[in-house]
Each structure stands twice: as C-alpha cells, then as structure tokens.
Design a protein around this ligand. Structure first.
Ligand code: NDP
Length: 488
C-alpha cells in the first residue's frame, strides 16, 4: 500500500490541523498565531494570474509530431531532416475575444498554437483556425480588439462597435466572411483546421530562402455548428470544446492533423500582383499546392491545467534554424508583443516554466529576475565576451541576408491599391455550396441586426457596400433581411 504523505505547510513543516482554526476556547476568536490559516488565505488570494488579454479561454494537450514528407529541399531544420523524425508537441486551442469563463461556442476565430520541442530549441507555430486575419498592421491591433470586447459604458458585447470598425476597415472582409460562415463556430477543436496564417520562410542546407505558409488539416474532417446550435450550447454546455477534447483523449480517440506547407520562391513573390506578406490574403492552392510535411497526434491531457495550459506561453518569434520570419507586418508586431505579454503574465523567466522549457537547457547571459528557478547560471560568467566560459555563438546558424527594397521610411497606406474583395468573393461563390451560403447570410443577419444607435444607417450602408463588392447577390440578400433599400 502507498505510504500516505504528511500534511505540511508550504515550507515543509508537518502540520496537524487543516480544518479547525486555533481559537481562544471553543467559541472564542481566532489566534493570530495560526500561521497555516494565514498561509491558506493569503495563497488563495493570489491564485489568479492576469488572464490573457486575447485567447483567455483555452484548453491544451501534449502529443507527438512525426515527419511524413521530405521537405529538405526547402528547410535544413533538424526536425525535418529525415522522414520518420518526431518530436513532442504541446498544443493550446482557444477562443479569442471572450474572458476565461466565456462560452466555447461563441462565433470567434479559434487559436491553434503549437509548440514543437525540437533538438534545436522550441518552435512555436502560433496561428488560428483561419488562414487570414482582420487587419494587417499591428498598430491597429489594440483598437481592433477593443471592438471585440465590451462596450466601455454598458460592459456588454457590442455589434455596433464591431461593424463600425469592420466597415471602416475593408481589409477585414475576408476574415469576416470566414467568421460568419459556419467555420466561425467549429464543432469543438478536433474538427477544425489550423493555419500558421502568416508568411514564414524556410532556409535549406544551401542557405536558400523560400516563403512558406503552414496548414494543419484536420484528419477528423471539418465539422461545424449552425448558429442556432452554437447559441444553444452557450447556455447548456459553455465548456463544450474543453469537454470534447478531454473526453476524446481520455477514451483513446487521439485527434490528428496533417501538417502541409505552401511554398513560394522569392522570384514568384516579386511577380505576385498582391503583397505575399499581407495576412488578409491566402495563396491559392492551384498556384501554390499543399506539400506534405507531417502528422500531429494529440494523446495526453496535462495532469494539471494551470501548470501546463494556463502557464503555456507561445511566441511567433520562437522559430528554429531552417525556419524563419518574413516581412509580414503583423508577424513583426507579434514578434515583439507575445514575449512582452508573457513577461507581464508570467515574469521575465517564463521560459523556465516546465511547459515552456526547451529540451536542451538554454545557454545565455540573462540572469536574475523574479522566479529564477533553474540555477540562474550558477557560478558561470554573467557577461560576454569573457575569457572563461564555454558558450559560443555559432556562425553556422546565421540566416542568409534579406534583400530589402530601397524606399524611404514613411507611413505607407497599408491599403493603397489593394483588392479586398476578390478572395472573399472566391470563397463565397466558388468554395461555399448553397447550404454554406444560406448559413453565412443567416449568421451575418443575426449580427448585423444588433447594430443600433445614431450611426446605425451609416454603418450598415458602409458595410453593405463592401458586401456588394464581394458579391451583389450577397448584398441583396442582406439588405432584404435588414429591410433596407440598397443600393440607395
Ligand atoms: P480551394 O478550393 O483550393 O480551397 C478552398 C479552401 O477553403 C479549402 O482549404 C477549404 O478547407 C476551405 N474552406 C471551405 N469552406 C470554408 C469556409 N467556410 N471558410 C474558410 N475556409 C473554407 O481554393 P483556393 O485556394 O483557390 O482559395 C479560394 C478561397 O478559399 C480563398 O479565397 C479563401 O477564402 C478560401 N481558403 C483558401 C485557403 C488557401 O490557403 N488557399 C485556405 C482556407 C480557405 P478544407 O479543404 O479543409 O475543407
């Protein structure tokens, strides 16, 4: 029989009583010296850490990634060095706009963040279940997110704010069309695709660079909820997606995704009629076909949610040798913003937390800070260069230089000459079937009907104008459903 552990204080002193406080007599006041009472209450008061400002509600699982396709002509990443290579992964799925206690079936993009624990350090692919995003310049991110959160006065979600912002930012249209299709309410996390969304790069053994997009295709098949079913589940089972993942893995039904890449050469990128680093655009499959790279299986729910899921910290800046960044402006903003958010939530040493630790111990000169718990570099030098230590910067890891256009530094209009309408139009007309289109119109109407206040007509007309440019019939149906004459 297992020997029982002794109850102790946090400092390890075996302790005798966990329910009754020490009092002056059976009815008397509590004695100040009951330290365990203080310790319990004080620790309880500090149980919460700041919730993520976006992606607060989430779930996670460990698993395995295995390489199934040879992509060594594009990347020298050690992980992809040989078909059959594998590594452990941790994945966190999430909704975006809601708070930690919000419902899982809200209409919202879903976060799809993967941490690959590779021999060359952690590679984080921090994407969503959509291949595009609402905005393309990170300067706009706080304003955009405010519109998805709560009204400053009523503290309610506010369709007027959302549609005001979207209608003033036509680059959001592609993501809005996906969001209001039934893919905006996936049937839990197992039945949806994941996308790296940004353009990244790969560098091969000859130090040649290509541009790359990452796609995780669900092998369970895409399954979505209708708007009505999602709304019903918000009340009856707010933790629907959390439950689905935990229960499936508990039963041994391990979900799997195929990782595929799209590749664009630097020459193709120059010839493209639109900016290949614009996250509001996809690369058409016909021109940039999907190439097999691997299979990811999730097979282990962490034993402790807070330890691994709440404290997990992903950053698009975490790439590994052979995989690189790109001039995608939103990606560049995220390189800065994500580690900054983690330092705020978890402290400067957040990468020492087990779920965030690289396989091989990190070697650098960062020292001290709150919660340094891995030896803090011991007695090794804490400055560089020095004459003593064994750390060397290895030039083999240098990326090829990135040629840049010679243009003056300025505030360039992000939308100058841009086409916001063709790709959402392709989605609506060519990819969706009649049933998809019917639900998209219903979902859009149910949200657009929430627009109110003195600017209601102006906002609706501006947004209908965008929908008109996507597809005339779509705009006509929406105008009919809203009971407005359009075009006026
Ligand atoms: P394809 O016909 O080759 O691919 C269409 C893609 O759309 C598939 O990946 C499909 O995913 C996905 N899809 C189906 N329904 C929806 C939906 N309601 N919301 C979002 N995605 C959906 O077309 P193209 O590559 O030429 O792209 C046409 C349009 O498809 C794009 O403008 C874009 O809106 C959308 N799309 C394109 C993607 C790309 O990377 N090329 C990725 C995702 C969407 P699945 O195969 O898993 O069912």
């Amino acid at each position: 029989m297992d020997e029982k552990k002794k109850l102790t204080t946090a400092s390890g002193r075996p302790y005798t009583e966990n329910e009754d406080s020490m009092t002056a007599g059976p009815r008397g006041p509590i004695m100040l010296q009951d330290y365990v009472l203080h310790e319990k209450l004080a620790h309880f008061n500090r149980e919460r850490i700041p919730e993520r400002v976006v992606h607060a509600k989430g779930t996670g699982a460990f698993g395995k990634f295995s390489v199934t396709g040879d992509i060594t002509r594009y990347t020298k990443a050690k992980l992809f060095g040989k078909v059959g290579n594998s590594c452990r992964v941790f994945v966190r799925f999430s909704t975006v706009g809601g708070e930690k206690g919000s419902a899982d079936t809200e209409r919202d993009p879903r976060g799809f963040a993967v941490k690959f624990y590779t021999e060359d350090g952690n590679w984080d692919l921090v994407g969503n279940n959509t291949p595009v995003f609402f905005i393309k310049d990170p300067k706009k991110f706080p304003d955009f997110v405010h519109t998805q959160k709560r009204d400053p006065k009523t503290n309610l979600k506010c369709p007027t704010m959302m549609w005001d912002y979207w209608s003033l930012n036509p680059e959001s249209l592609h993501q809005v069309m996906i969001l209001f299709s039934n893919r905006g309410t996936p049937d839990g996390y197992r039945f949806m695709n994941g996308y790296g969304s940004h353009t990244f790069s790969m560098i091969n053994a000859d130090n040649e660079r290509v541009w790359v997009k990452f796609h995780f295709k669900t092998l369970q098949g895409n399954r979505t909820l209708t708007g009505a079913r999602a709304e019903e589940l918000r009340g009856s089972d707010p933790d629907y997606a959390q439950r689905d993942l935990v229960e499936a893995i508990g039963k041994g039904e391990f979900p799997k995704w195929a990782l595929k890449i799209q590749v664009m050469t630097e020459i193709q990128a120059h010839k493209l009629p639109w900016n290949p680093f614009d996250i509001t655009k996809i690369w058409p499959h016909a021109d940039f076909p999907l190439i097999d790279a691997g299979i990811m299986e999730l097979n282990e729910i962490p034993a402790n949610y807070f330890e691994d899921v709440e404290q997990s910290a992903f950053a698009p800046a975490h790439v590994v040798d052979g995989i690189g960044l790109s001039p995608d402006k939103l990606l560049q903003g995220r390189i800065l913003a994500y580690p900054d958010a983690h330092r705020y939530r978890l402290g400067a040493n957040y990468e020492q937390i087990p779920v965030n630790r690289p396989l091989k111990p990190a070697a650098h000169y960062q020292r001290d800070g709150m919660m340094s718990v891995m030896g803090n570099g011991g007695d090794a030098p804490n400055y560089s260069p020095n004459s003593f230590d064994k750390i060397e910067a290895d030039p083999a890891y240098r990326e090829p230089a990135l040629p840049l256009e010679a243009a003056p530094a300025d505030f360039y209009d992000r939308n100058e000459g841009d086409d916001h309408y063709s790709q959402p139009g392709d989605l609506y007309r060519k990819v969706m079937n009649d049933e998809d289109r019917k639900h998209t119109v219903m979902n859009l109407l149910s949200s657009l009907k929430g627009v109110g206040g003195p600017k209601k007509d102006e906002i609706l007309m501006r947004q209908l104008d965008h929908f008109y440019k996507v597809d005339r019939d779509l705009a006509k149906q929406l105008a009919g459903g809203l009971g407005v004459t359009f075009p006026r």
